[in-house]
Ligand binder design. Structure first.
Ligand SMILES: C[S@@+](CC[C@H](N)C(=O)[O-])C[C@H]1O[C@@H](n2cnc3c(N)ncnc32)[C@H](O)[C@@H]1O
Length: 235
């Protein structure tokens, strides 16, 4: 823990030196060969359309990856009891949402791209077409909030001041939508160490997220297998 309102970083279950980790992240970020789509396209709508959208929704390997990450996110949330209500933000065609539904959670999914929401396989999902930046739900609606591979889309093309503003709005809204003691987990990609620092600071300063809130990094030394999670626990 660095100061009262700073997030620690946990890598594979161990607290590690924040600066050491940041150096590591910086190195592999700069060595990356191919830019990820969220760094190449201005908006998710520009990327997820036509063949790209069809390929994404039909891909069995992406489905398995998203399911694995969702399972890990549930672990981070402390394996919630079935029947609680979970919001899945940026649900896409429903890989993460379907996994939650099939594991007996009540789940509401939301995504920006209407076409994505025509591809899910389970009729009971009834997703919402909307924006993570303007979540259209009543306060204290959810026990848990999950977001798998979507957060980078809402910040990656923004300059620092605008990014801070967007993150602040999201933090305040997440805080409002969670019930007391509610928890949230965001898994995201392709964010530099500086931006992680900003994310941590914004969530620490906005909302009522307790000291357990933290970043968790699985496989921190692998550029292909690394997964980064922001875990938030409301007081
Ligand atoms: C890589 S997909 C992940 C989908 C899903 N979570 C899964 O596990 O399969 C990212 C999704 O985030 C959605 N997204 C990006 N920005 C969004 C925003 N501002 N509001 C809602 N959804 C957004 C995209 O439309 C896309 O469907």
């Amino acid at each position: 823990m660095v100061g009262k309102k700073r997030f620690v970083i946990i890598a594979n279950g161990f607290l590690i030196n924040v600066e050491g980790y940041l150096l590591e992240m910086g190195k592999s970020t700069y060595n990356r060969k191919k830019l990820p789509p969220e760094d190449m396209y201005k908006t998710p709508e520009e990327y997820y359309q036509g063949e790209v959208l069809e390929d994404y929704t039909r891909s069995k390997s992406l489905m398995r990856i998203q399911e694995r990450i969702t399972k890990r996110a549930l672990r981070i949330l402390g394996d919630p009891a079935p029947n609680c209500l979970i919001l899945d933000m940026g649900m896409g065609c429903g890989f993460s949402t379907s996994y939650l539904f099939l594991n007996n959670y009540n789940v509401v999914g939301i995504d920006l791209i209407y076409e994505m929401l025509t591809k899910y396989k389970i009729p009971e999902l009834n997703p919402v077409n909307g924006n993570i930046k303007k979540l259209p739900f009543r306060s204290k609606s959810f026990d848990y909030i999950i977001s798998i591979s979507a957060l980078q889309w809402i910040i990656n093309k923004l300059k620092r001041v605008e990014r801070a503003r967007v993150l602040k709005d999201v933090a305040i809204r997440i805080d409002l939508l969670l019930k007391r003691k509610g928890k949230a987990v965001f898994q995201f990609y392709s964010v530099s160490s500086n931006v992680m620092r900003e994310i941590g600071a914004v969530f620490a300063d906005n909302g009522h997220f307790g000291e357990e809130s933290t970043f968790i990094i699985d496989n921190p030394n692998s550029s292909t297998k690394r997964k980064t999670f922001l875990y938030l626990k409301k007081e």
